[in-house]
Design a binder for this molecule. Structure first.
Ligand code: GLN
Length: 493
């Protein structure tokens, strides 16, 4: 196994392929071997299709020989969260409900990857239907953290993060409804991007909460994130919420923006509940920007800090209760063997197919939408959503970005929060408001705790300002080496 190869970022792999120092088949074989070696300890994958991956790699090598490569990622495997449709591959959403479902079509992001020659690689584990923060809600079991196998990799895109951190894939796609890309990226020492709502097509992403869901990259560094986002972003007529504006050339736009940066630090985010090691790492990153000549301003997010969790868990559950109605055993999903009549068939199929957290959210969502409670909960949450968006935009006025921790603590242990769902929800405090506001945000590695667990720094920008966020993130990354560190997950290392 070529261990040097599998630890490289996309930017290095593209060069190795271009210089013909490695073939796509050799590269794919190295990631397959690595996956098999560490998978029993990690469980990042729900499944993978080795022959299909190797066939795609062979086709890429043939294109290259003919001088007809399709794009910068031609021949490079990209890990895919098992909530994003890949034609002919299982699409389980880590749910019993879809245990036997095979997608008949490609999501738009997969079409775009393929159009650029990239190889969709593996079906990566997640919390069932992306509901959770630890992959403990997966019907297939938890994904462990490559940095510490007694900890979770985060969630819901925990498989995507673990696979990249453990070098089973050089980069991956996840989805982020309330933090599901940024939080696992933070827990696993990666760069994770939640794009501006509407930037990346949701066509072919199993819907959780449609007004919040966005697909985005998890990568080893900022350059890779800009590159991969550029491949998947852009208008898609099949997603009515896709923005009718061309995607910028992220890598080019990123380097065109230069510091020193004007950054806002939300006062409310540095109070009780913040792990001291996380606070220290984030403070140090802020000091770095200041030492570079940046202007650091204390800002306030009074509404977001107080109400984002409540508004998110009302709106997200409301939308999920509606989106998941399609899994009834008739149109989609598991069908019970023991139905007495039609109503019984719906009820039993859903009772058997969904796990506890999904059921809890469907119940909550149905309740907040029901007549008599709609005004008290759903409508008020929507009003709060507007105020939360105004909160961020006011705080961002005249600034390049807001700087916050991505998570209040480093990766926790399996079982630590499962008995108390509210404690799991509260840990989403720094990420969910960004989705409610539709804003872009990046999480990047900013240090380690004394126990060796990665810490994530979150940068939040105005709508469409991904290039600026990438530039701010990159200026930090270039002066630090956190992103170059690799966990030791394999005894062979
Ligand atoms: N942890 C959040 C939740 O459980 C976010 C999940 C997500 O972004 N998909 O809803």
């Amino acid at each position: 196994m070529d261990t040097a190869l599998i630890h490289q970022p996309l930017s290095a792999l593209t060069g190795l392929l271009a210089e013909r120092r490695v073939s796509s088949v050799e590269m794919m074989a190295a990631f397959i071997a690595r996956t098999k070696a560490v998978e029993p300890r990690l469980h990042a994958f729900n499944s993978f299709d080795e022959p299909a991956a190797l066939a795609a790699a062979r086709a890429s090598d043939e294109r290259r020989t003919l001088g007809r490569i399709l794009g910068p990622l031609d021949g490079i495997p990209i890990g895919i969260k098992d909530a994003i449709a890949v034609a002919g591959a299982p699409l389980t959403c880590s749910s019993k409900m879809l245990a036997n479902f095979v997608s008949p079509y490609d999501a738009t992001v997969i079409e775009r990857l393929r159009a650029g020659g990239a190889i969709p690689w593996g079906r990566l584990n997640l919390d069932e239907f992306a509901m959770g923060s630890s992959t403990e809600n997966s019907a297939n079991g938890v994904t462990l953290n490559p940095w510490d196998l007694t900890r979770v990799a985060g969630g819901s895109s925990g498989g995507s993060a673990a696979a990249v951190a453990a070098s089973q894939a050089p980069a991956a796609l996840g989805s982020d409804t309330g933090g599901s890309i940024r939080q696992p990226a933070a827990f696993c020492g990666l760069v994770g991007v939640k794009p501006t709502y509407g930037t990346v097509s949701r066509y072919g992403l199993a819907a959780f909460a449609s007004s919040l869901d966005q697909i985005g990259p998890l990568t080893r560094n900022v350059d890779d994130a800009a590159l991969l986002l550029g491949v998947i972003a852009g208008h898609d007529p099949r997603d009515s919420t896709s923005l009718a504006r061309p995607a910028p050339d992220f890598p080019v736009e990123m380097v065109a923006r230069r510091g020193p940066w004007k950054l806002g630090v939300p006062a409310e985010y540095f109070r009780e509940g913040l792990d001291p090691a996380v606070a220290a790492a984030v403070r140090k990153a802020i000091d770095f920007y200041s030492a570079q000549g940046g202007e650091i301003r204390e800002v306030s997010l009074p509404v977001a800090a107080e109400y984002a969790i409540a508004a998110y868990y009302i709106i997200a559950t409301a939308e999920c209760s509606s989106n998941l109605a399609r899994y009834d055993g008739i149109r989609y999903g598991h069908r019970t063997q023991n139905a007495t009549d039609a109503i019984d068939l719906y009820a039993r199929s859903r009772a058997e197919g969904f796990g506890d957290e999904v059921k809890r959210r469907i119940l909550l969502g149905t309740y907040v939408l029901s007549s008599g409670y709609y005004d008290a909960y759903y409508l008020r949450a929507q009003k709060l959503r507007t105020l939360i968006r105004q909160d961020y935009l006011r705080a961002l006025d005249g600034l390049d970005a807001l700087v916050t921790p991505t998570t209040p603590t480093p990766a926790f242990r399996p079982g630590e929060k499962t008995a108390d769902p509210l404690s799991m929800y509260l840990a989403d405090i720094f990420t969910v408001g960004v989705n409610l506001a539709g804003l872009p945000a990046v999480s990047l590695p900013c240090g380690f705790t004394a126990a060796g667990l990665p810490v994530g720094l979150q940068l939040i920008g105005r709508h469409f300002e991904e290039p600026r966020l990438f530039a701010v993130a990159r200026s930090y990354e270039q002066a630090h080496a956190w992103h170059k560190m690799r966990p030791t997950v394999a005894s062979s290392e």
